[in-house]
Design a protein around this ligand. Structure first.
Ligand code: PRP
Length: 185
């Protein structure tokens, strides 16, 4: 038998069950964009996308909003390894401008424990944002998650390791247009 071709994409055996196909994702993103457009009528929301996972989602969401809107980016990482549960988050790339007085929509690809989102909401609150909402494409089932108010949820997911549409395994597969289970998890 021939050895597997390392340049085949996606690599054979990596992609498990497709949970959300491209059309399903795009339809839902269009709905979220319409909802945000309606909810923020007369205001100009600031979408804050958390790198890197949310870039694919936010690029589509931005174009699904039929109203004035701005975008900014932050990059964060957990302090050290194994400390994610502490909720301590390190800001690796900060906002271009403070969010004082702005209507902020935190945009995430996925929320698990909710610790990253909780930390960021506190951060934006400390900068006196006028309003704060969360928009996440995926909300993964996590029985340990403390209650967190998430206004916009694309899809709820069981606790599976998923890749595609921004979500990675070792930085790969963010470019898949669909979301699938990672078969080697
Ligand atoms: C993911 C996701 C959120 C965070 C959610 O980012 O984009 O930022 O984890 O987890 P939590 O709800 O348990 O805090 P990740 O650390 O995988 O980085 P990436 O976006 O660069 O892939």
């Amino acid at each position: 038998m021939d050895a597997p071709n390392p340049h085949t994409f996606p690599r054979e055996g990596d992609i498990g069950k497709i949970l959300l196909n491209e059309e399903t994702i795009q339809n839902r993103v269009a709905e979220l964009g319409a909802q945000i457009s309606a909810d923020y009528q007369g205001r100009k929301p600031l979408l804050i996308s958390i790198l890197k996972g949310s870039v694919v989602f936010v690029a589509d969401l931005l174009r699904a909003i039929d109203a004035p809107v701005e975008i900014d980016f932050m990059a964060v990482s957990s302090y050290g390894s194994g400390t994610k549960s502490s909720g301590a988050v390190k800001i690796v790339k900060d906002l271009d401008r403070a969010v004082s007085g702005r209507d902020v929509v935190l945009v995430e690809d996925i929320i698990d424990s909710g610790l990253t989102a909780r930390y960021l909401l506190n951060y934006f609150r400390s900068q006196n944002a006028a309003s704060l909402q969360i928009c996440t494409l995926l909300l993964r089932d996590d029985p340990d998650r403390e209650p967190i108010d998430i206004k916009y949820v694309g899809f709820e997911l069981p606790p599976a390791f998923v890749i595609g549409y921004g979500l990675d395994v070792d930085q790969e597969y963010r470019n898949l247009p669909y979301i699938a289970e990672y078969a080697r998890a």
